[in-house]
Unconditional design. Structure first.
Length: 102
């Protein structure tokens, strides 16, 4: 019985994915990388490398970085509603995607 319990515990531990941090740079009016594949609990850090302000704003309105000045950053811990497309509210031609799953 102890062997079965140990095997079940090992199998569950193997399924647990470590949390990761993903960095998205805003450069030359683009989000780089354009697609980030994440799991719940991961962190995404947006860093504005442009000389003008930008935002990272979910297309469905579920999250928004607010105004990111040059060389500033914003960090979000990924929850269930994080997946989907996002834009810069000031420059809507800047588009990217947070994709669920790794």
């Amino acid at each position: 019985m102890a062997a079965v319990a140990a095997a079940a515990t090992s199998a569950c531990a193997a399924d647990v994915q470590p949390v990761r941090t993903h960095v998205v740079e805003i450069r030359q009016f683009a989000f780089l990388p354009e697609t980030v594949s994440v799991s719940p609990g991961d962190t995404i850090r947006w860093v504005n490398r442009d000389p003008v302000p930008h935002t990272a704003t979910a297309s469905n309105g579920s999250w928004d970085s607010g105004r990111l000045e040059a060389e500033s950053e914003w960090v979000m811990v990924v929850g269930g509603a994080a997946a989907g497309d996002y834009v810069c509210a000031y420059h809507p031609n800047m588009k990217a995607t947070v994709q669920a799953g790794r």
